[in-house]
Design a protein around this ligand. Structure first.
Ligand SMILES: Cc1cc2nc3c(=O)[nH]c(=O)nc-3n(C[C@H](O)[C@H](O)[C@H](O)COP(=O)(O)OP(=O)(O)OC[C@H]3O[C@@H](n4cnc5c(N)ncnc54)[C@H](O)[C@@H]3O)c2cc1C
Length: 296
């Protein structure tokens, strides 16, 4: 058994690295366990201005500014059924102190935040998957983790913070995870090169066409590549593209269904595999208990 930490954090996404940085900067002994080796691909690439004050508090704002991420000043929605449009300009939003945010490749962004957590004094162990949280009665006292290719180890801490994202490790273990039936959705997404930005659109904005029950995103990055995604009700795609269709075929079917997406993507090239995620709208009946908290 290893030494006692003040906190063990499960997961090195933005939630986990934020907690680890705050605690380390407050002088606490923190270990963060991340299953993957960073940098790694992740969905969630279009930030909102409210994240900027958090970067300031983390002491990472200058690193984010100088990393060269695409500056995002707003969004543009199309409702293809009604012909309605809705431009969004952060400069005239609720909080006009932050007129912009960033479009980020999460591989780079999450790596930057995790490195900052390490520089702030948190111990980071990548390629280390947590199997379960250890309880003494009702109190969380640590985790059982396994480094890739290594043996299981128990790591003890005063507080366990679960920031495992979609994996929802602790709420699954406790049986407190809930699915939101109204938001039963799937999403498919990939990266593209060679998208010619529509001339009537402001560079850097996220573009969001909504077309017969499907909403699409186009997120431009600073290297001229883009993230393209679609969010949909799963039965629509099963019926339309076929039960046996691959993720690529389903994504192509969804994109071809939208005249605007077809027009914007003309001449472009997919540069990543197609990623898929479903049933991702969940919550937990409890967010914290004795010696544990959920974050993210
Ligand atoms: C379709 C879709 C589109 C989205 N678009 C946006 C967007 O445009 N903008 C935006 O701000 N947000 C977006 N989001 C939300 C965004 O992805 C999440 O809010 C964000 O990633 C949450 O960060 P997190 O740190 O809580 O979790 P994550 O970023 O998921 O990080 C969790 C980490 O925990 C690790 N982990 C998991 N299990 C274990 C384990 N057992 N042991 C060790 N490590 C583990 C994982 O490897 C991962 O690195 C989107 C989400 C979806 C589903």
């Amino acid at each position: 058994m290893s030494r006692l930490y003040d906190a063990v954090v499960i997961g090195g996404g933005p939630g986990g690295s934020t907690v680890a940085t705050f605690l380390a900067r407050a002088g606490r002994r923190v270990v963060l366990l991340e299953r993957e080796k960073f940098p790694r691909f992740h969905v969630g690439e279009s930030l909102l201005p409210f994240s900027l004050p958090i970067f300031e508090r983390l002491g990472v704002a200058e690193n984010v500014r100088s990393a060269g991420f695409q500056v995002k000043r707003g969004a543009y929605f199309w409702n293809e059924e009604t012909g309605g449009i809705q431009p969004v300009d952060f400069a005239t939003g609720i909080d006009d102190r932050h007129p912009s945010a960033y479009q980020v490749k999460r591989a780079d962004f999450d790596h930057l935040l995790l490195s900052h957590a390490a520089e702030s004094g948190a111990e980071i162990r990548e390629e280390t998957a947590v199997a379960r949280v250890v309880f003494d009665g009702t109190r969380a006292v640590g985790v059982v983790a396994r480094p890739r290719g290594g043996a299981e180890e128990e790591i003890r801490a005063r507080v366990v913070v679960d920031a495992s994202g979609q994996d929802a490790l602790l709420s699954r273990q406790l049986g407190t995870r809930r699915f939101d039936r109204r938001l039963k959705r799937g999403a498919l997404f990939a990266h593209y090169d060679g998208i010619r930005w529509p001339e009537d659109q402001r560079p850097g904005d996220i573009l969001l066409p909504i077309d017969r029950g499907v909403w699409y995103w186009i997120i431009p990055f600073s290297d001229a590549s883009c993230s393209v995604g679609a969010v949909f009700e799963p039965s629509l795609v099963r019926t339309g593209a076929g039960e046996k269709a691959s993720l690529e075929e389903r994504f192509d079917w969804l994109l071809a269904r939208s005249a605007r997406m077809t027009s914007i993507l003309a001449g472009s090239r997919r540069t990543s595999r197609v990623f898929g995620i479903s049933d991702y709208s969940t919550s937990s009946a409890r967010a914290a208990g004795e010696g544990w908290a959920l974050v993210g």
